[in-house]
Design a binder for this molecule. Structure first.
Ligand code: ATP
Ligand code: MG
Ligand code: MG
Ligand code: MG
Length: 577
């Protein structure tokens, strides 16, 4: 008997008791947090900011993070991809070799060691993997292979914000594949895509795989996984049947390909009675007007480019400028002009023809304002004197157009619907971009030297936590999907002074912790406090042990049900399973 009791005590000690778990919940909505997920994760005691874009993952967030990582590990194992870990600290020489050092710009955390050697904190690891694989794989017989890591990445984002959505230090799953043939790469890419879909499904994130721009990765073929959410910084276009989806991303191309971006100056704010408000614009564009920071790019003809950058709610005007003429004065767009942009965006209106996901090819409708770069009236998102050749390159676009060749044509899928969304993952068929520049070669079947064919694959794991919260919450609470919930069952004892309640609560904790992760609220707090905290902890099942326990009755609330139900302890196990 004594033996059993001590065993039980040991067991109970390993369970989670709320009294010892550090969950610093907040009553007030933090005023500096805009995103719903950011607010909830601060209020729920999941995270705390240490410095801009850098967060401490407190016990609750860490539990969720580990569960997401476990899902990733299982799905990578399913496609036979082993895990490993690379250093964070990297020599700049690797990036010189690949040619990405100048391109990456101020987003890279650069440092010097005591000998003055240029170094950096890894924002991604294509170079590091290419280097090691290239030095150690010599024959087609050693391929195909793939590897992955779950690791902290560093990017000195211009605007870290929205909590874990855009951090300067964040956790990424990044994988890299190496192949001897295109066919092998295609198979690796498909396997990864399939695994990613399963990962997102198990984590409860609704995602669209979309046609994407490859950014500085340099790859030609890439797919993003976009999670629709009001706060999302991207805009995706999908057709009605869901058979077509693509990212309308181009704003970052201006950032990315603009060595002289620093010299671009913010537009002056000019208010004129006939300029469109952001509300009007967002209504035209069919996107929620809560926050819009995005661009849409139009190619009027092969050379002339129109970029529209929309700002956020404070924005109440849009400016146009001839992008081929750096000296020309930007001016406020008229409603008529905006309307034609809007028509182009919707596609299929008048003579406008949508041709690519990233581009809308227009003709007469926008003649009056072609070659226009538009700034938004939010600092950092507005530019004066933007110029095609200087600030972004037409051939980069041309390149992307070729990259998108073979993709389904949006014209076949009109009308398109636009939705703001969060990029939670991105996979690339890199081809030989890195292996050529870094000289990672192998001997093929005929004894001929060839560059290794690469793919790279990434999920923003910490960003995904925020995306889950964005999709599974109200303003007052989180409803964690089962597989990533910090706890699956939350036992809430209403009155800690009531011995009967204590006995039953402990008994339930003991029974359920066999199969589930159980949190027991054993704190000496008022019911109101306990309930508010429980809403933020967001367990899928809540068992409230209260007054009716004397009749062997408790209250159970499943997050999937509207109402809680009272039931006898006898029927509880069945109801929960
Ligand atoms: P974004 O367009 O949002 O800046 P990205 O295209 O630069 O992202 P990738 O280089 O494709 O990002 O990196 C792979 C994944 O890492 C992204 O799909 C995203 O989920 C995540 N990620 C990128 N930047 C951040 C960040 N600053 N904070 C959190 N997660 C990020
Ligand atoms: Mg980025
Ligand atoms: Mg992106
Ligand atoms: Mg990306």
């Amino acid at each position: 008997m004594i033996y059993i009791v001590s065993l039980l005590n040991d067991y109970l000690e390993e369970n989670m008791r709320q009294s010892i778990l550090f969950i610093p919940t907040l009553k007030e909505v933090p005023s500096d947090a805009v995103a719903k997920s950011h607010q909830l994760m601060l209020r729920g005691g999941y995270i705390r900011q240490v410095t801009a874009g850098v967060y401490a993952y407190l016990p609750l967030a860490y539990l969720v993070l580990r569960k997401a990582e476990k899902i990733i590990e299982e799905e990578m194992e399913n496609i036979n991809v082993p895990e490993m870990i690379m250093p964070h600290f990297l020599p700049a020489t690797l990036w010189e070799e690949s040619g990405r050092l100048p391109k990456y710009g101020p987003e890279m955390f650069r440092l010097k060691d005591r000998h003055g050697r240029e170094s950096l904190l890894g924002p991604t690891h294509e170079e590091t993997f290419t280097e090691i694989i290239g030095k150690n794989i010599k024959s087609y017989k050693q391929m195909p292979i793939a590897l992955y890591q779950i690791q902290t990445k560093f990017r000195d984002e211009n605007r870290p914000r929205f909590g874990l959505l855009r951090g300067r230090e964040f956790v990424m799953l990044d994988g890299y594949s190496f192949a001897a043939t295109r066919e092998q790469l295609d198979k690796q890419f498909d396997d990864q895509k399939h695994a990613y879909k399963k990962i997102f499904k198990r984590c409860g994130v609704e995602v669209y795989p979309v046609i994407a721009n490859s950014g500085t990765m340099g790859g030609k073929n890439s797919t993003e996984f976009q999670a629709p959410a009001a706060i999302g910084e991207d805009v995706i276009a999908t057709n009605e049947t869901g058979t077509y989806s693509a990212n309308l991303e181009m704003a970052r191309s201006i950032d990315t390909f603009s060595p002289e971006k620093e010299e671009l100056k913010p537009l002056e704010k000019v208010s004129t009675p006939d300029c469109a408000t952001i509300e009007q614009l967002s209504e035209f564009l069919h996107v929620p007007n809560t926050r819009i920071v995005k661009s849409i790019l139009y190619i009027v003809d092969d050379k002339k480019v129109l970029v529209l950058i929309r700002g956020d709610k404070q924005v109440n005007e849009v400016k146009l400028q001839n992008a081929l003429d750096a000296d020309s004065e930007p001016r406020v767009a008229t409603n008529e002009e905006l309307l034609s942009i809007v028509k182009a965006t919707k596609g299929g209106v008048g003579p406008v023809k949508a041709a690519y996901a990233d581009y809308i090819i227009a003709d007469e409708t926008v003649k009056g304002l072609y070659n226009v770069v538009v700034g938004a009236n939010e600092s950092d998102y507005q530019y004066i004197n933007a110029n095609i050749d200087r600030d972004f390159k037409v051939n980069e676009f041309a390149d992307l157009r070729t990259a998108n060749a073979g993709e389904p044509d949006p014209v076949d899928h009109l009308p398109l619907k636009f939705t703001t969304s969060i990029e939670v993952g991105h996979i690339f068929k890199l081809g030989t971009y890195y292996t050529n520049s870094m000289n990672a070669k192998f001997l093929d079947q005929n004894g001929k030297t060839q560059p290794i064919i690469m793919g790279s694959y990434g999920i923003g794991v910490t960003r995904m936590l925020s995306a889950i919260v964005e999709q599974h919450s109200t303003d007052n609470g989180i409803f964690w999907p089962k597989e990533v919930a910090p706890f699956e069952i939350h036992i809430i004892q209403m009155n800690m002074k009531n011995d009967e309640q204590t006995v039953v609560s402990k008994k339930l904790e003991e029974i359920f912790s066999d199969k589930y992760d159980v949190l027991y609220d054993d704190r000496n707090e008022r019911p109101g406090v306990k309930f508010n905290d429980a809403d933020l902890i967001g367990a899928p099942i809540r068992i409230i042990v209260g007054r009716r326990v004397s009749e062997q009755i408790v209250e159970v609330k499943k997050s999937t049900e509207q109402e809680s139900v009272e039931m006898s302890l006898d029927s509880l196990t069945e109801y929960i399973s």
